[in-house]
Design a protein around this ligand. Structure first.
Ligand code: SF4
Length: 463
C-alpha cells in the first residue's frame, strides 16, 4: 500500500492531519506534504504539497486551552482539506470530517446558541460538508428532537449474546461460533440470566426506570426458547421499547418468536443485508433471500415492529444489485430500515482487501436508498465508522412514530447503559462525563470467573 509522507510542526495533530490526507489517498500517495501552523495576531497554516505552497489565514483561536486546541486543529484540518480538494479537483461528501459524529457537531452548535434551521449551513460553511449530507443531518436532528424527551432517571439495559452461526466476512465482533462452542451455550445462558437478574435488581434499588431494552450480539436468536424465557424473565413486564436482534433470518422459528412475544419483546431485527443470493453466499451468510422473506412474514405475524439492515458496497454488487435489494425492502415497508455502508474492520475476513475494488457506485447507491426511502420514512440516526467504502455513513430510517429510542440515545450518548454479558460495555453518563466498564470478552472466562467479575460490575454500577 502506498504511504503518505506528512510532516507538521505541531506533533499532537499529526495523526489527525494524516487522517485528513488519507481522505484523498489516491492523490496523496507517495507525495510529500508539510503542514505548519503559526499563531500571532491571527492563525496561519502553511501547506506545501510536492513543493507547491499555499498559506491560509484565519481568526486567532481564543478561549481556554481546550478550545484553542480544538479550533486550531479544526483550522488546520479544513485548510488541508481545502488545498487537497483544490489540487485534486475533488470534493468529498463529508468534507473535512474525520473521526467525529456529524450529529455531535450539530448538537455542539445548538448548545452554543445556533439555530436548528442553520445547522446545515453551519456544516457546509465550517466543515465543507456537502449540502446533501448537511441537510440529512439537519433532518435527523429535527427527528431526534421530536422523539427524545428529557430523561433524567432512566437507563438503557443492554444484553449481549456473543454467539453466531458462522461468521460474516465483514464482521470483527468477538462472537463465538455456536457450532464449535455448543457446550458453552447453556452454561453461558445460565450465568447470563443470573447477571441480568442482578443488574435489574440494582436498577430497581436505585429507583431508576428502564427506558429501553436491547438484546444484541452476536445473534441472540441462537438461544433456545427455554433460554430466552429464563433470561428475559426479570424484564418481561417492563412495558418499554424492547428490541431483540434475530439478525440471521435462519435463526428464528415459531417457538422462539412465541417466547420473545411472551417475554416483553416489541421489536425484532431481521437482517437480509442483501436480497441477492449470490452475494449472501460470498459474504458467508447461510440464509437466502427467500428465507429472509419467510422470517420477515413470521415476525410480522407475531405483531413485532421489524428493523431490517441492508449493506451498500458488498463485494460483487453493482448499482442494479443494490437497487434490487432496496426496492424489495421498500415494498415490505418494515418499521425501520438501516442502510449501512460496508466498512473494512480489522480482524474481519476482508481486512486486507482493497475495498475500492468492490464498488465504484457507492455514492450512487446510498443516494438512491436515501431518495427512495424518504418518500415514506424519516432518517433519524446516523453514524460513521473508519474505513467505510467511499468514506460514507450508516443511516437509520423509520416510519414516523416508530423511531428506535435505543438507537438514538446510545448513538448520542445521552442515557446511561447498564450492560450484561461477555464483551458488553456499561456506560454511566453523569454531568456530561462518561465512565465505562467492559465485561470480559472471552465466554469461557466469563463463565469461569463469573462471581468475581459480577462483584466488580455491581461495584461499578453502584458507585
Ligand atoms: S451475524 Fe452479526 S455478529 Fe454474527 S458474524 Fe454476522 S455480522 Fe458478525
Amino acid at each position: 500500500m502506498s504511504e503518505i509522507n506528512l510532516k507538521t510542526n505541531i506533533d499532537r495533530f499529526s495523526a489527525d492531519l494524516l487522517d485528513e490526507a488519507r481522505l484523498f489517498c489516491d492523490f496523496c500517495a507517495d507525495k510529500e506534504i508539510l503542514v505548519e501552523a503559526f499563531i500571532d495576531d491571527a492563525i496561519k497554516a502553511k501547506i506545501v504539497v510536492e513543493g507547491k505552497e499555499k498559506v491560509f489565514i484565519g481568526n486567532k483561536p481564543n478561549g481556554d486551552d481546550l478550545n484553542v486546541k480544538r479550533l486550531t486543529k479544526r483550522f488546520l484540518k479544513v485548510s488541508l482539506y481545502d488545498y487537497l480538494s483544490q489540487l485534486s479537483g475533488r470534493t468529498l461528501p463529508w468534507g473535512s470530517l474525520t473521526g467525529v459524529r456529524p450529529t455531535k457537531l450539530a448538537y455542539d452548535y445548538l448548545k452554543l446558541g445556533g439555530s436548528i434551521d442553520d445547522v446545515a449551513k453551519y456544516l457546509v460553511d465550517v466543515f465543507r460538508v456537502s449540502e446533501r449530507k448537511a441537510n440529512t443531518i439537519s433532518r435527523i436532528i429535527k427527528a431526534q428532537q421530536r422523539v427524545i424527551k428529557e430523561r433524567n432517571n432512566c437507563v438503557n439495559l443492554y444484553l449481549h449474546v456473543p454467539f453466531c452461526d458462522g461468521r460474516c466476512y465483514y464482521c470483527s465482533f468477538p462472537s463465538a461460533d455456536v457450532n464449535k462452542n455448543k457446550t458453552l451455550l447453556l452454561p453461558y445462558a445460565e450465568k447470563f440470566a443470573e447477571e441480568v437478574e442482578k443488574v435489574v435488581s440494582i436498577i430497581k434499588a436505585q429507583g431508576k426506570e428502564i427506558l429501553s431494552v436491547y438484546v444484541g450480539g452476536g445473534t441472540p436468536s441462537v438461544l433456545t426458547p427455554e433460554m430466552i424465557e429464563r433470561i428475559l424473565k426479570p424484564i418481561k413486564n417492563e412495558n418499554c421499547e424492547f428490541t431483540f436482534e434475530a439478525g440471521r433470518p435462519d435463526s428464528i422459528n415459531e417457538e422462539k418468536l412465541s417466547a420473545l412475544k411472551n417475554n416483553g419483546v416489541t421489536r425484532l431485527c431481521v437482517n437480509p443485508q442483501t436480497l441477492n443470493n449470490r452475494t449472501l453466499e460470498i459474504i458467508g451468510r447461510k440464509h437466502t433471500a427467500e428465507s429472509f422473506y419467510r422470517a420477515y412474514e413470521l415476525a410480522k405475524s407475531f405483531g413485532f415492529d421489524v428493523n431490517t439492515d441492508v449493506i451498500a458496497g458488498l463485494e460483487g454488487e453493482d448499482l442494479t444489485d443494490f437497487k434490487y435489494t432496496v426496492d424489495g425492502i421498500f415494498e415490505l415497508l418494515p418499521e425501520n430500515v438501516t442502510i449501512h455502508t460496508l466498512s473494512k474492520k480489522r480482524g474481519s475476513v476482508i481486512a486486507d482487501k482493497d475495498m475500492r475494488l468492490f464498488c465504484d457506485d457507492i455514492e450512487k447507491m446510498t443516494d438512491y436508498a436515501y431518495d427512495k426511502l424518504v418518500s415514506r420514512y424519516e432518517p433519524y440516526y446516523l453514524y460513521r465508522q473508519k474505513n467505510m467504502v467511499g468514506n460514507l455513513e450508516n443511516v437509520g430510517f423509520a416510519i414516523e412514530g416508530k423511531q428506535c429510542i435505543n438507537n438514538i440515545t446510545v448513538m448520542e450518548e445521552t442515557v446511561s447503559v447498564y450492560a450484561c454479558g461477555a464483551g458488553s460495555i456499561s456506560k454511566i453518563i453523569q454531568s456530561g462525563k462518561i465512565n465505562r466498564h467492559a465485561s470480559v470478552k472471552d465466554v469461557k472466562l466469563y463463565i469461569d470467573e463469573f462471581d468475581k467479575r459480577l462483584t466488580e460490575k455491581i461495584k461499578f454500577l453502584s458507585e
